[in-house]
Design a protein. Structure first.
Length: 185
């Protein structure tokens, strides 16, 4: 947890950080602060209609986004989490209107409950974080903190090294009629 300590204050104050996630380096910011989310989009030059995956500390964090999975969905979710799988959830209409800055017109959000306890402890202190890969749009994801610094320089408030990350983005799935539908392997 100590390695993430410098990022906690930054992330609680609308800042942006690059951190090692359970899969690859992520460019992270509070999912609950629209200004921080917009800053990530600008830094990445990310398409405005492309939502980001949100890292959560616990299943209960879904309630912050108006989500209450069914018993059938919970059975499937418990088979996938914690782990490197992001699950897409449709948002209730009443909630979708307030979260346009996150869902970008899709009216869905993808969440991941990472397995590493150090990362989950960070999320416990910061709250949910958007976590797209640490790279500008159309560039390959940063494999090292040095590569991330080359991409973003002083545009990012805090960099947390985590060695070389040779993983790939998380698997992306949706839940439909009691089945897991794979969107991205």
């Amino acid at each position: 947890m100590e390695k993430f300590y410098p990022a906690i204050k930054v992330l609680k104050n609308n800042g942006v950080a690059v951190i090692p996630t359970d899969t690859i380096y992520g460019l992270v910011a509070s999912a609950l602060k629209p200004e921080a989310v917009e800053r990530v989009y600008r830094l990445k030059n990310r398409a405005g209609d492309k939502p980001c995956i949100i890292l959560i500390n616990a299943l209960a964090d879904l309630k912050k986004f108006g989500l209450a999975p069914t018993k059938t969905d919970l059975t499937l979710i418990n088979k996938l989490w914690p782990g490197p799988v992001s699950i897409i959830f449709p948002l209730p209409k009443a909630v979708a209107q307030a979260l346009t800055y996150l869902h970008r017109g899709t009216e869905t959000l993808a969440f991941r409950l990472p397995k590493p306890l150090t990362l989950r402890n960070l999320l416990k202190k910061t709250g949910p974080l958007i976590a797209p890969s640490a790279n500008p749009e159309d560039a390959r994801p940063a494999r090292t903190i040095i590569m991330a610094r080359r991409y973003f320089g002083d545009g990012v408030d805090c960099y947390i090294a985590g060695g070389k990350k040779l993983g790939k983005p998380s698997r992306l799935v949706a839940l439909h009629s009691g089945k897991i539908i794979t969107i991205r392997v």
